[in-house]
Design a protein around this ligand. Structure first.
Ligand code: SF4
Length: 363
């Protein structure tokens, strides 16, 4: 676990133990779960989270209790051995990869000749550690549909693609898309055509259209506010593909309450639903990151009513476009110029797009 701060915002989570020998990974985890089991708020669905307990006890007391519990479990039956790790690892054998050239010549020709295919590859195909293979993102994002939703026909199509071209395996990403992890480069053009026919080939992986949203108030009993109409309004506002590609990499995450299933706090732009006297409002955070340098975003200020969220997001994007250096991502511009410029932009009233705003307000 990383141990210090990165820039102005805190790292995600709190370090309770700097180093742990791998042999104790399971028994230390058991100690953590035991402490949570003993004190966790099972009486209150809104507070039945380990982060709530850590905050209530304080990091030092939580750590003290975990370490005391671990003293009983250390070197017990759950202690890992090299033989056990080898046994489990053997269950995850690599598929039977072919020996292929680093770059497939037909694939390179398709890239040169077909701009739409090339754009899809640029966004939705990732490099592979095995020569001649690639990983493919099948997009489950499009305006008018909840992020991550797929029809039964699309699930059949995805299963067929996995069966034929990726060793029968599909992975679900937390970005709410499907991943074909092991596709030979020579098959990418065919996979693209078939994915396109099934509505699974939006070339928007990592762009604003690829936002994450939890089910929110439309489906979740814990929600403070709806997430899906906000997601739909933003996707509609930024539907233009060229505009999306111009904006570039941007993680925009939406949660309907502080349980954070949409990981709003890790989005470069995060949107959190809050309840103000029975009305739905939305707090915006900026600067969150996921991955090795995970970091929680900063709240920019007072919350927005639903109708104002798309305009506020558009003003934030406008500030980014006005200040970015060439090839600089949103998150990097934010890190370079700081939150103030974005705060100012977010709260500047803009009468543009009144019809979109009304549509969000009406759900
Ligand atoms: S974050 Fe979303 S899905 Fe999670 S509990 Fe809150 S409203 Fe429900």
């Amino acid at each position: 676990m990383p141990g210090g701060g990165l820039g102005r915002t805190p790292l995600l989570g709190q370090v309770i133990r700097q180093f742990l020998p791998w042999q104790h990974l399971l028994n230390y985890t058991e100690a953590l779960v035991r402490v949570f089991n003993r004190h966790g708020r099972r009486d209150n669905a809104y507070k039945a989270r380990i982060k709530i307990l850590v905050k209530a006890l304080g990091r030092e007391e939580f750590t003290r209790q975990v370490e005391a519990e671990w003293a009983h479990l250390k070197n017990g039956p759950a202690t890992l051995t090299a033989a056990e790790v080898d046994r489990v690892s053997a269950q995850f054998a690599a598929p039977a990869y072919e020996t292929l050239a680093e770059n497939d010549l037909c694939h390179l020709a398709h890239l040169r000749e077909d701009k739409a295919f090339s754009r899809w590859v640029e966004r939705n195909v990732q490099a592979h550690k095995v020569a001649g293979y690639a990983a493919v993102t099948l997009s489950l994002k499009k305006p008018g549909a909840a992020p991550g939703d797929a029809s039964s026909e699309q699930m059949e199509a995805a299963a067929d693609l996995a069966e034929r071209y990726s060793f029968g395996e599909i992975r679900v990403s937390h970005e709410q898309n499907l991943i074909l992890a092991d596709v030979p480069q020579r098959e990418l053009y065919t996979v693209w055509h078939r994915a396109k026919a099934a509505g699974l080939a939006a070339p928007t992986a990592g762009l604003i259209q690829d936002l994450i949203a939890c089910p929110g108030g439309d489906f979740c009993a814990l929600a403070n506010a709806r997430s899906l109409p906000i997601a739909a309004a933003i996707q509609e506002r930024f539907e233009d593909l060229d505009y999306q590609h111009d904006i570039g990499d941007l993680e925009l995450n939406i949660s309907g309450c502080m349980n954070s299933c949409g990981h709003h706090h890790l989005g470069a732009i995060g949107i959190l639903g809050v309840d103000k006297n029975g009305e739905e409002w939305y707090q915006i955070t900026l600067g969150g990151r996921q991955g090795n340098h995970a970091r929680i975003g900063e709240v920019i200020g007072r919350a927005f009513p639903a109708a104002e969220v798309p305009d506020a997001i558009e003003r934030l994007i406008g500030a980014y476009l006005a200040h970015r250096h060439a090839d600089e991502r949103f998150i990097d511009t934010f890190d370079r110029i700081g939150i103030e410029t974005f705060q100012t932009a977010a709260y500047q009233r803009n009468p543009a797009h009144p019809h979109q705003s009304r549509r969000v307000a009406n759900g």
